[in-house]
Design a protein around this ligand. Sequence first.
Ligand SMILES: *Cc1c(COP(=O)(O)O)cnc(C)c1O
Length: 355
Amino acid sequence: MKKHNFSAGPSILPASVIQKAADGVLNYNGIDLSIIEISHRSAEFIEVMENARSLALELLELEGKGYTALFLQGGASTQFLAVTYNLLESKAGYLNTGTWSAKALKEAQHYGEIIELASSKDANFNYIPKNILVPANLDYMHLTSNNTIFGTQFKEFPKSTAPLVCDMSSDIFSRTLDFTQFDLIYAGAQKNMGPAGTTLVVVKDEILGKVSRHIPSMLDYQVHISKDSMFNTPPVFPVFVSMLTLEWLKDLGGIPAIEKVNNDKANLLYNEIDRNPLFKGFVPNSEDRSMMNATFTLTQDNLKDTFDQMWKEAGINGLNGHRSVGGYRASMYNALPLESVATLVNVMKHLETKA
Ligand SMILES: *Cc1c(COP(=O)(O)O)cnc(C)c1O
């Protein structure tokens, strides 16, 4: 039986998507060729790419609003740099809410004046800073919507007159938001959309073309836009699987439908973390808690071996916390069913009878 997969990334994909991906690798749509052995300029693959790009915009309700979706390579980590090349003329503001936002800030620092507008580093990133003052005259403001490692998530976003850039790698397509408040969204596929190897970039066209620096072609959003996300050979397999996942999500009822399931899963787990005296949430303020990545610890260290054995025996995978937080992290991405969370909660309850 398939495991209950709480892996933080690469992570669980819907079973039907994995089946369709496998079919497409063996024989794509009955053409007697694999999707990974045909030209990216073939009619078949162009259709896959165009489908994936338009589904991304449709699900985010950004169609016809001046945005373009691209499927690029180099991971979210390359976007830390690409954002800077494309948007930074002199000064940008960054919110530092964890490992990934700190890395994004570090990349940008080499190319202009970077202001850390707020940070939660003073408490090992266990909260989301509030009442952030955003100065005028920024080229852009950058934040990470969901902090995958620490398990915090912005529920409301600071207002900025400058373009708002958001790393949504670990919560894209998971909740309804007014996505027009963002001018650039990027997300590595491997958390909530597909296999590792492609990064979705959704950019508002009008913010581009305003910097004086020379932009290397592979980092230049306008180059990728002008080539319909096919400037060079795109990562055909990750784009194909991402398209399948986006189709799955659309069939399910889109983001509003998956948001309900995601809320149910997060509520079930956080209620148990708060109720069960053997567990403690890493993020004290419930409104700052991530609906995707729940971080928690045992209150009695001597129960670790017992608990670890119990969840492994229950068929659970990927529950160990990141080394910078310790304890446990349950990643509950879109494809994780409610039953998997119920299984984990049952193990937590069962541990109480053994303590
Ligand atoms: C995983 C992750 C990244 C890093 O993505 P790569 O594709 O490995 O570069 C960046 N930001 C966030 C929020 C992440 O969760």
